[in-house]
Design a protein around this ligand. Structure first.
Ligand code: 2IT
Length: 444
């Protein structure tokens, strides 16, 4: 690592001790944008880099609730309002026991550049709780969401901060959160995205992250002169993102042979198609967080405690969570002939894996690949402001256009020796727009 970058990172580490995920996300961006930063004295004079790694505001709060046995439970709630240079804070809420301030700061930081790439006017934010929805009853989830919103409502609003879902927060949770916000504020407004269709939601939002990721992969394949049809994919996860990706890949003639959960992974050489895709939704709805029942139901193979990266595939699409693909996995994939890895999860690959993949095959980072989700959230905000709804086709067409524009941005800022370095292009493209807006707005 260059000494200037090392010095900068040492400051970040000293200011944010122990926040490993946050350090990882910052280092990746800083390494990509350093040359642009050095070449632009206005950025340096305004100390844009030191400002951009500092969240504008961090809110942490107690979330007390009562479980079905009448016992008092306490969780910790967060909202990291990272950057509002180009629009209101925007980003999901994650409910998962692994949630810490470090995880939400990394996600909020990533979200800032991702949202910038979407072309829509959205700043970056992220929030959530260490609450585990696994095994909780519907009533417990509702009480938790109501308690969470009873504090969060005072910090958010349609022109201030607009949360959405992430891991552990889907349509059901957004419903309970929205109901409580509306009750406290006495205001029906677009304060959350991922809402149900009959109460302000957008068509295609549930599918958007997975569909968008596949549209992006199609652009990557076009660059290589290849078609998606006939390719074999390894997908990880079995939630909303994996479901959207599997549906679209299958529709376009690709074959997905894996999905995974915390318990292990499924290998289905015939491909996950038809009723098997709907079954993914059923599995998720059980709230048990396991994929093994798929193997029992469809006679596929189950590899306990393993991740799907040791299968022979053309393309790997991590769709579960951060650091789910490490350097050893990356080497195995490449040795087995995989020629493209696109992160649909946020920071799906470890730093070592990113370096290896970016040097050996075609790799694209989450902030470009998975931006379709938040992009359609942005379209949901537009529709809420207009008090009007677009059709499925209109939203899908806009999603197509946005993913194409993100790919163009990666090409514009990332082309090196006739090839696209997607890591460089996404980080620089996302950064420049936010940095220029910060410059224009003065020292705030
Ligand atoms: O990581 C993400 O981009 C999301 N969880 C979606 C955020 C949003 O505001 O739709």
């Amino acid at each position: 690592m260059r000494t200037e970058i090392k010095e900068f990172m040492n400051q970040v580490i000293a200011l944010n001790p122990g926040e490993k995920e946050f350090h990882q996300a910052v280092q990746e961006v800083v390494e990509s944008i350093w040359d642009v930063y050095e070449r632009n004295p206005r950025y340096k004079e305004a100390k844009i880099l030191s400002r951009i790694v500092e969240p504008e505001r961090v809110i942490m709060f107690r979330v007390p609730w009562i479980d079905d046995r009448g016992e008092v439970q306490i969780n910790r709630g967060y909202r990291v309002e990272f950057n509002s240079a180009i629009g209101p804070y925007k980003g999901g809420l994650r409910f998962h026991p692994s949630v810490t301030l470090s995880v939400l700061k990394f996600l909020g930081f990533e979200q800032t550049f991702k949202n910038s790439l979407t072309t829509l006017p959205m700043g970056g934010g992220k929030g959530g709780s260490d609450f585990s929805p696994k095994g909780k009853s519907d009533n417990e989830i509702m009480r938790f969401c109501q308690s969470f919103m009873t504090e969060l409502y005072r910090h958010i609003g349609p022109n201030t901060d607009v949360p959405a879902g992430d891991i552990g927060v889907g349509g059901r949770e957004i419903g309970y959160l929205f109901g409580q916000y509306k009750r406290i504020r006495n205001e029906f407004t677009g304060v959350l995205t991922g809402k149900g269709i009959s109460w302000g939601g957008s068509l295609i939002r549930p599918e958007a992250t997975g569909f968008g990721a596949v549209y992006f992969v199609k652009h990557m394949l076009d660059e290589l002169g290849r078609s998606l049809e006939g390719l074999t994919f390894a997908v990880s996860g079995f939630g909303n993102v994996a479901w959207g990706a599997v549906s679209k890949i299958t529709e376009l003639g690709g074959k997905v042979v894996t999905i995974s959960g915390p318990d292990g992974y499924i290998y289905d050489p015939e491909g996950i198609a038809g009723e098997k895709i709907n079954y993914m939704l059923e599995l998720r709805a059980t709230n048990n967080d396991v994929v093994k029942p798929y193997a029992e139901r469809f006679g596929a193979m189950f590899f306990e405690g393993k991740r799907p990266w040791d299968q022979i595939v053309d393309v790997a699409l991590p769709c579960a969570t951060e650091n789910e693909l490490n350097e050893a996995d990356a080497i195995t994939l490449v040795m087995n002939g995989c020629f493209l890895v696109a992160e649909a999860s946020n920071m799906g690959c470890t730093a070592d894996a990113v370096e290896y993949l970016n040097n050996h095959i075609v790799y694209a980072p989450g902030k470009a690949v998975n931006a379709g989700g938040v992009a359609v959230s942005g379209l949901e905000m537009s529709q809420n402001s207009m008090r009007y709804n677009w059709t499925r086709e209109e939203v899908d067409q806009r999603l197509h256009i946005i993913m194409g524009e993100i790919h163009e941005t990666c090409k514009k800022y990332g082309t090196q020796n006739g090839k696209i370095n997607y890591l460089l292009g996404a980080n620089v493209g996302g950064f420049v727009k936010v940095a220029d807006a910060m410059l224009a707005q003065g020292v705030v």
